[in-house]
Structures are given as structure tokens and as C-alpha cells.
Design a protein. Structure first.
Ligand SMILES: [Zn+2]
Lengths: 495, 483
């Protein structure tokens, strides 16, 4: 058995050890997490759906495999929470939208298939902003997830449920998706580690698309090692996703382990001057960033100032490209083939209006309208085409910067987690992603790590490492060394 | 002569024959139960992604090369957005500005559908692009049903230049296009099964003018004949309108085959804004020179080349060659048959005059025909080696057609082997002479060939058609001469 206190400190790597030493069974572990969820999720509201019976039967299967002496992956029997926009066969997949209420996916996403192959237990569906559109989870059609550090504050978004579930120790690890910061920003708000892999590193097959050219699935965990271990499992080429890269996965956790105890001598870390001149950046965040730079320097890293000159256009470009793609991606929700059709639709147009009018929330409609507009004839060149050109400039900014440095250091967010209702103006909300959005436009990888505590709010503050495309090995190694040397060793809310 | 000339362009959709659909692994098959050939991908379920069918792309490139198209080295897929229940994602994956094939042409010549001579000319092809087919809607009283089996079937769109001037030219263009597609095995082009569909863009202008009139689009054309009729109707409708001072509107019109009329479907005000943008779920497609060269080597022999070869190599008449290449299946049948006989000309005659007639009468296709090419070749060999006469062969042929049996088997079963034994024939000859003294007198008085023919007939009757005709003639001449 595992005590509630021990559970709060348990991460993926130590859970794996307990299982391998048979100090705990998968059923025991899952029961402990279910008990924890029972205790805290009434307040945190990280989960939209938990199928207790299904979880325990998966766990029992794992225990059976172990008893039979089969060769198991190190993570066999460990639960993982899945964001509600990633398909699991036979489970609900609502994307936190009314339009998919009661919808069950008929197939496994590639990432889930790979997790199941390694014996992980699929543990519940986490809350999110509807169709991953938002930065606070307030756009969920079902409920508002709270930040485990302070229940009056948001967990961030859109993968807010995935970040909160890990922070609240309801699961050791979870999957989120990141289109403009949707893994890294909530991870930073909740004091956990969130990895956004290089575009194409992880198959998107089975991820309900928001913006196809920006979306990427990634892990959220308590440590760098845990996220690396999950990337090992979910990464690698998938013939079902034509945009997935040929690179194999499987050596990230090893790279992290090898770097343990090391220093950063010879590593050039770029600090983008534009990121620190932004008004929105709060003093508490700035203080933690300065502290972090000192740590990096003390570890022997060479820090150099770099420039990402097109930073100021990133949010505008993002809201053109992402909404354009979303307007087409979300067109399929019409009530014809699945979804609960309104009973009072009198003809085809009224079906469309009623289904989509009632099914989508405000922010989703706002973005569909915006995306439809920027693709319309007469506006396409001025918005979408121009947006793509600026996207190339932003990507070039990063490629030029990586000529000068190995890794870029940046804040994850301009502020710590804000209070519910604090950002009622959508444009103000969009600014919450100012440090994360450009990474998706550039298609490269980044990780968000808890770096310190904001003095004003006592909330965790996250920093980011950004690496060149397919630079995850180096990025994870540097992250591990930083993690071992940061001021606060473990970020655990008192909840 | 009319004061006006018509300007006609065609948009032809052709389903590409592949094992699986364009973007998923569902079978590409026709005639299955509704919604049985579907999966999350072709049903547009949340989270699915398309994977482009390489075979469909290969066949499209080959179709393009056969129509003398340029193959750009860089192509991509785009999303074309509009809401309709037959479209699972409410966008269609298609190609917008960078299609697989550009700037081709198709040659037309010879006699047109209405019997007039066609101008000998090329019709330009603007582009050929590849997309996914939509589902099939069926409307019942009070409800509609959608069958998604067709959704996602690879579909080529072949857009011509507005270079046709008559219904005959359009008909000839379609015939040529169909022939090419069938020849390359790209599609069966069965219009009844929806494998080939055609929309017509048509306008008229005063003869010799250089600006086109307002174009009208014609849809719902379910046969080449309907294309021909609708164009003729539309030309005269537009001429009447212009003559009466009525402005032609840019609109889409349907064709009512029973009434023989076009009717308004939608006007331009309701035109769609398709909001094309590059499909982010698929990578652009790049070809090297070597790729395109390799595709070029896969082009099958075109009908024109086949005709020339049939004349030169097998000694067929140009007419025979023309008929045998009308459909690739005819040519294939002929080429399979000549492996089993040494007289291609005779085989061609039998195919053209007997087989095609029987097929038409029984409304069967040559592929479903009871007589295999091998059996027809074998039957001709039975004639050539005097086992059966040409006349008996007709009996054998009809038996083969209905039973599908081999000719040797039929000849054996029915005892149809030709009698070549002179003594056996001689007894029939003697009997015929004995029983027809009047004709013997006539023969002696004038050695009349008609009378000889009469005796041949009598002998054949007595031998139940089995006597070898040459032997009969020889013996008749000998016996009658000696009287
Ligand atoms: Zn399918």
C-alpha cells in the first residue's frame, strides 16, 4: 500500500520502481489515485470522466501480466490521464464541448494505442477549454477546473485539466495538446513540467484537430525525466499521420538520466531581448527569470542576448492561421453522422444553425467566424497568405537565433495563474500565450519547467527552454540539469 | 447557318479505379450495402487524418501524360469548404492552384455523333486534379438517406478549355477521354455507376466575335447522349433568348432527360465561396524528373497506335481495326484470341460480325461473354483444319455463346465433325443426282453455276451439313460431267 503523503510525492519513475519491486500492484496504485481523486477532484475538477471499473480492469490486466512473468515495459500498470480531445476507443471524447456531449470515439489515437501497448492504464479524461481554444479552462462547456495551488485561480489552458490532475497528484502523468502554449502555460500555472515536442515528432492521429499545422500532443509530469519517458513511448513515425516525421523515439529518458549530476559548461543559452521588454511581464515572473539565469550561469552556461525581431507579430499571425484551420476542422460537427441532433430542426439549414448555434461555445464561434473571414475570397491574400509569410519570418527568427545559441531561455507566461474571471477581454486572454505561441508557429520544441514562486501570489512560475527542431535530447538534458539545481526542488501544492 | 457560335467547355469527373479509397483504407467498391464500406476517416470522425493513396496519384499522372499534360514537379492538396450532408468533413480535400496535371489536349476527328464530319482538331485540357468523392444522397418522401460508401473514392476532375463548338465535338471529346481512361485501366467510366460524370459550360456569341457570351453551367447529365441533347437544347434556348432581347444569366441549369429541357437550378448570387487553403494534414507532393519519366514508361498503347498495329501486323482493314479498338475490352479480347488461331483476319470477322452482334442482342459485355477468346480462337482453328465447315461453325458458335463450352466439346457431343471421306460424300452425291433428274438435264444443257449450287445444297442437306464443301463441289463436277 501507499500512503496519501507518499502518493503526493510519487512520480512516474518512482511508481515504476515500486511496481517492478512488487511493493505495490497496479490495482493498488490505481486505487490510491482513485481515492486521491475522490478526495480532491470535487474541488479541482480536473476530470470530465473517470471510469473506475475500466481503470481497475486495466490495472488487473497489468498485474496479471506481471504475475505471469511476462517481459513488461517499465511503465506497465501506471495510470495516465488523457486530455478530452485525444481519442480512446469506447470512451467519451467531448473536447469539453456540448456539441460532442455523449459522443464516444470508435477508435484509439496513435498515442493512446502506443501507451496501451506499453501497458499504461488509461485513467480518465481531463477538462480543457472547449476544442482547446482558451488559456484558462474557463471555456469548458462543462465545468471550470481550479488550480490545485489556489482554488480561486485558473489552472491555465487549454490542457488545464491535464496539468491540474498531475499537480494535484490525481495521476503521476498526463497527456495534453499544445497549439499555442496549451501544454506549457497550464504546466507553468500548476507548477508541473510540460513538454511540447517538435511538430511531427508525435502523431496527431486521433487528436481532434484545432489548428492542424500547429497542434502537437505532449506529456505533462512532475519531472523532466517523466515527460521524456512518455515522449519515448508516444513519439516516432506514424503512417496514419502524413505530417509525422521519420525520426524514431525511445532514447529521451536515457539522455535525461545520463545528464543527471552534470553541469552546463559549453552550453550557449540565448535570451531573447524582445521577451523581456514586454510590458505585460509581471515583476514576480521577472524576478524568478533573473534568478534562473543566475542558476544557469552558475552551472557554467554561457548566456547571450539574442533577438527574435518578429515577436510582436506572433499573436496576430497565430490568430489568423489557427482560426483559419479551425474553421475548416470544426466544420464536420454538423449533427449528420454523430452527435445528438436537435429534435426541432425543420430543414437542413435549421439543423446546421441549431446544432452549431447551440453546440459551440462563444469563444469557439468567435474563432470559427474569424477563421472563415480570413479565408474568404477578397481577404485571403491580405490575411491568410500574409500570415503564412510572417510565419516564415518568425520561423527564420528562431533558425537565425539557433545559429548563435544551443537553447533559448524564456519565461513560460507573463504572469502566474490569474483568478477566475480576471481576464474577461479575449484579447487580454490571448496575451497569456505571448511567450509560447511563436514556438508553435516555428514548429520547434519547447519545455516548461517550474522555476520558482511568485512572491505576490505565492503561485508557481514557469520558465521555458526552446530548442531547434528535433533538438529534444539536448533540451531535455539541459532541463534536467536546471531541474536539479533550481532553488525549489519539488513543487507540491498543499492541497 | 446560325448567326451564333457556341463556346463549350467540359468538366469531367472520373472515379479512379484503386483498391482502396483516396485517404483511408476502405475498399473502393461499388454496389455494396449502404454505409458498409466506411471507417472513421471517410466518415469524418473527430481526430482522424487523411493518408493520400499513392496508386490514385500514380494513375492520375498517367492519365495526364496520356492527355499530353505537363506534370508540375510540385503539387499539393487543398481544402475546399462548403456545407452539405454528403460531405463528411464539410470540406473536400481537392487541389486548387497546384494540380497534378496541366495543359494537355485530346484529339478528335472522324464522323460525329449526328453523322456530320468532325473538324480534325485538338481540344485543350486546362488541368487534371485529384480529389475525394462525396457520399451519395437518396431522397425519400419526408426523409433523405446518405450512403457514405462513395465518400472518399478517388476522383479526377478533368477540365477542358472552352474549345468545343458543337454537341458533336463535346460528344467526340468525351468518347476519346473515356477511351483513354479505359485503355489505361484508370477507370471503367461507367456513367450508370457514377464512375464518370460530366458538367458542361456553354455560352454563345455572334459568329466571329472574340468575347464569349455569359456562360451557363449544365448539370445532371447522366449519359453522353444527355450531354449531346442538352447542348443542342441549350444552344437553341440561348439563341432564342438573345434573338428576343433576353439577357443570358450566369447560372447553373439541370437537365431533365424526359422533358428534353434544361431548367434553372441556382443563379450566380448563390455561388459558393469555397475558401480554399492548403490542406495542413498532407505534405506537398514533389516529383523528380526520374519519377515523371518512370510514369511515362507506364503509359499503355493508345487506341490510335493500336489501330495502326492491328492493320500492319495482323492485316486487318482499317475498319476492322477501328471497331476492335472502340473499347479496350474488344482489343484485349482480340489480342487474347489470336494466341489461339493463325488467322487473325478471320477472328476479327467473327468478333465484329457475330460476337458483337450477339453481345448487343443479349445486352452483355464482352467481359461477361460465355465465349472465351481462347475458345473462339480454337473454333476458328477447327474451321481452318476442316474439322467443321463455316456453316457448322455458326451452330457451334451459338452453342458456345449460351453454354460457355469449348468448341471441341460441342463438336464431339453433337457429332458435327465434317465429313471429308470421299466415298461417304460420293454416296450423297449419287443420291442427289438420282433424285433430281430435271436439274441434271438443266446442268447438262448449260453447265449453269446456279444449278451446281443447287446440287451442293442438296448434298449438304443429305449430309446434315457435315460434308466438306470443297469435296462436294469436286465430286459433283466429276459425277455430273460424266453423265
Ligand atoms: Zn474509410
Amino acid at each position: 500500500m501507499i500512503t496519501p503523503d507518499a502518493l503526493k510525492k510519487l512520480d512516474l519513475a518512482s511508481a515504476s520502481e515500486l511496481l517492478e519491486k512488487r511493493e505495490i500492484s497496479s490495482v493498488g496504485l490505481c486505487e490510491a489515485y482513485l481515492a486521491r481523486t475522490n478526495e480532491v477532484d470535487g474541488n479541482v475538477k480536473a476530470f470530465l470522466n473517470i471510469d473506475r471499473e475500466n481503470i481497475l480492469s486495466q490495472a488487473a490486466e497489468s498485474d496479471k501480466r506481471r504475475l505471469e512473468g511476462k517481459e513488461l515495459s517499465p511503465y506497465d500498470g501506471i495510470p495516465i490521464a488523457i486530455k478530452d480531445c485525444i481519442s480512446v476507443s469506447g470512451q467519451p471524447c467531448t473536447c469539453a464541448s456540448k456539441i460532442l456531449e455523449n459522443f464516444k470515439s470508435p477508435y484509439d489515437s496513435t498515442v493512446v494505442k502506443r501507451l496501451k501497448e506499453k501497458g499504461l492504464v488509461i485513467f480518465g479524461r481531463t477538462n480543457m477549454d472547449e476544442f482547446a481554444m482558451g488559456s484558462s479552462c474557463e471555456n469548458s462547456a462543462y465545468m471550470k477546473t481550479a488550480n490545485p495551488w489556489d482554488l480561486s485561480r485558473v489552472p491555465g489552458g487549454s490542457s488545464g485539466g491535464s496539468a491540474a490532475s498531475v499537480a494535484a497528484s490525481e495521476v503521476p502523468v498526463s497527456l495534453g495538446s499544445d497549439t499555442g502554449g496549451s501544454i506549457r502555460q497550464p504546466a507553468a500555472f500548476c507548477g508541473v513540467t510540460g513538454l511540447k515536442p517538435t511538430y511531427g515528432r508525435v502523431s496527431r492521429y486521433g487528436l481532434v484537430a484545432f489548428a492542424s499545422s500547429l497542434d502537437q500532443i505532449g506529456p505533462i509530469g512532475h519531472s523532466v525525466l517523466d515527460t521524456a519517458a512518455i515522449l519515448d513511448i508516444i513519439g516516432g513515425h506514424d503512417p496514419l499521420d502524413s505530417t509525422s516525421l521519420p525520426e524514431e523515439s525511445g532514447t529521451f529518458a536515457d539522455a535525461v538520466r545520463k545528464s543527471s549530476g552534470g553541469n552546463l559548461k559549453g552550453v550557449k543559452i540565448g535570451i531573447p531581448k524582445e521577451y523581456f521588454n514586454i510590458d505585460a511581464i509581471e515583476p514576480g515572473v521577472k524576478a524568478v527569470m533573473e534568478e534562473s539565469v543566475n542558476i544557469l550561469q552558475a552551472l557554467g552556461a554561457e548566456t547571450i542576448e539574442i533577438s527574435l525581431p518578429h515577436t510582436e507579430y506572433a499573436i496576430a499571425v497565430y490568430y489568423i492561421i489557427a482560426t483559419a484551420e479551425a474553421s475548416a476542422n470544426l466544420a464536420r460537427f454538423d449533427g449528420i453522422r454523430y452527435g445528438v441532433r436537435p429534435s426541432d430542426a425543420s430543414d437542413l439549414n435549421s439543423l446546421y444553425f441549431k446544432m452549431r448555434g447551440h453546440g459551440f461555445g462563444k469563444e469557439v464561434k468567435r474563432r470559427i467566424i474569424l477563421g472563415t473571414y480570413v479565408l474568404s475570397s477578397g481577404y485571403y491574400d491580405a490575411y491568410y497568405l500574409r500570415g503564412q509569410k510572417v510565419r516564415t519570418l518568425i520561423r527564420n527568427d528562431f533558425m537565425n537565433a539557433f545559429q548563435k545559441c544551443d537553447i533559448i531561455f524564456a519565461p513560460a507566461t507573463p504572469s502566474a495563474a490569474f483568478k477566475f474571471g480576471e481576464k474577461s477581454d479575449p484579447l487580454q486572454m490571448y496575451l497569456a500565450d505571448i511567450f509560447t505561441i511563436a514556438v508553435n508557429l516555428a514548429g520547434t520544441c519547447a519545455i516548461s519547467l517550474p522555476a520558482g514562486i511568485d512572491k505576490a501570489t505565492s503561485m508557481p512560475v514557469g520558465m521555458q527552454f526552446i530548442a531547434p527542431p528535433l533538438g529534444e535530447h539536448k533540451m531535455l538534458s539541459v532541463s534536467k540539469i536546471f531541474e536539479e539545481n533550481r532553488g525549489i526542488k519539488a513543487f507540491i501544492p498543499s492541497l | 447557318m446560325s448567326k451564333y457560335e457556341a463556346v463549350i467547355g467540359l468538366e469531367v469527373h472520373v472515379q479512379v479505379k484503386t483498391g482502396s479509397k483516396m485517404f483511408c483504407s476502405c475498399p473502393n467498391s461499388y454496389g455494396e450495402g449502404p454505409n458498409t464500406m466506411v471507417c472513421p476517416v471517410c466518415m469524418g470522425y473527430p481526430g482522424v487524418m487523411p493518408v493520400a493513396n499513392k496508386e490514385a496519384i500514380r494513375r492520375t499522372i498517367i492519365a495526364g501524360l496520356m492527355c499530353s499534360c505537363e506534370i508540375p514537379k510540385y503539387s499539393k492538396f487543398d481544402r475546399k469548404s462548403y456545407f452539405y450532408p454528403d460531405m463528411p468533413k464539410n470540406y473536400q480535400i481537392s487541389q486548387y492552384d497546384l494540380p497534378f496535371c496541366l495543359k494537355g489536349k485530346i484529339h478528335i476527328s472522324g464522323k460525329g455523333f449526328s453523322g456530320n464530319e468532325l473538324p480534325n482538331k485538338d481540344i485543350g485540357i486546362t488541368r487534371i486534379h485529384l480529389e475525394e468523392d462525396v457520399a451519395k444522397s437518396t431522397h425519400f418522401p419526408g426523409a433523405s438517406g446518405i450512403d457514405f460508401n462513395r465518400a472518399g473514392v478517388p476522383l479526377m476532375e478533368i477540365v477542358s478549355e472552352p474549345e468545343m463548338k458543337s454537341a458533336d465535338e463535346a460528344y467526340a471529346y468525351l468518347t476519346s477521354l473515356k477511351q483513354i481512361m479505359q485503355y489505361a485501366g484508370i477507370s471503367d467510366c461507367d456513367m450508370e455507376k457514377g464512375q464518370m460524370r460530366c458538367d458542361v459550360n456553354i455560352s454563345i456569341m455572334p459568329c466571329g466575335a472574340d468575347t464569349f457570351g455569359t456562360k451557363v453551367e449544365l448539370k445532371n447529365l447522366n449519359s453522353f447522349r444527355a450531354v449531346h441533347r442538352s447542348i443542342e437544347y441549350e444552344i437553341s434556348r440561348q439563341e432564342d433568348a438573345v434573338e428576343n432581347g433576353i439577357k443570358i444569366c450566369q447560372e447553373t441549369r439541370g437537365w431533365n432527360d424526359d422533358q428534353g429541357e434544361t431548367y434553372l437550378m441556382r443563379s450566380k448570387e448563390n455561388a459558393h465561396d469555397y475558401r480554399y487553403f492548403p490542406e495542413p494534414d498532407l505534405m506537398p507532393i514533389e516529383f523528380t524528373n526520374e519519377d515523371i519519366e518512370k510514369f511515362g514508361k507506364e503509359i499503355p498503347e493508345l487506341p490510335e497506335a493500336k489501330r495502326e498495329r492491328f492493320v500492319a501486323k495482323f492485316g486487318l482493314t482499317p475498319y476492322d481495326a477501328h471497331v476492335l479498338t472502340l473499347e479496350k475490352s474488344y482489343a484485349d479480347y482480340f489480342e487474347e484470341g489470336i494466341k489461339h488461331t493463325n488467322t487473325p483476319k478471320l477472328l476479327a470477322n467473327w468478333i465484329i460480325s457475330e460476337l458483337l452482334r450477339e453481345l448487343a442482342a443479349s445486352n452483355t459485355s464482352i467481359n461477361e461473354c460465355g465465349i472465351s477468346p481462347k475458345n473462339l480462337g480454337a473454333m476458328i482453328e477447327l474451321i481452318n483444319n476442316d474439322t467443321i465447315s463455316g456453316k457448322i461453325a455458326k451452330t457451334v458458335f451459338s452453342e458456345m455463346f449460351t453454354s460457355g463450352k469449348a468448341p471441341e466439346e460441342i463438336v464431339e457431343e453433337k457429332g458435327l465433325v465434317q465429313v471429308t471421306d470421299e466415298s461417304a460424300i460420293e454416296s450423297f452425291v449419287e443420291q442427289a443426282i438420282r433424285e433430281n433428274q430435271t436439274q441434271v438435264e438443266q446442268y447438262k444443257s448449260g453447265n449453269n453455276p446456279k444449278v451446281l449450287q443447287f446440287f451442293v445444297g442438296q448434298v449438304m442437306k443429305l449430309s446434315k451439313g457435315k460434308a466438306n464443301p470443297q469435296t462436294v463441289v469436286k465430286l459433283l463436277q466429276k459425277n455430273l460431267g460424266s453423265i
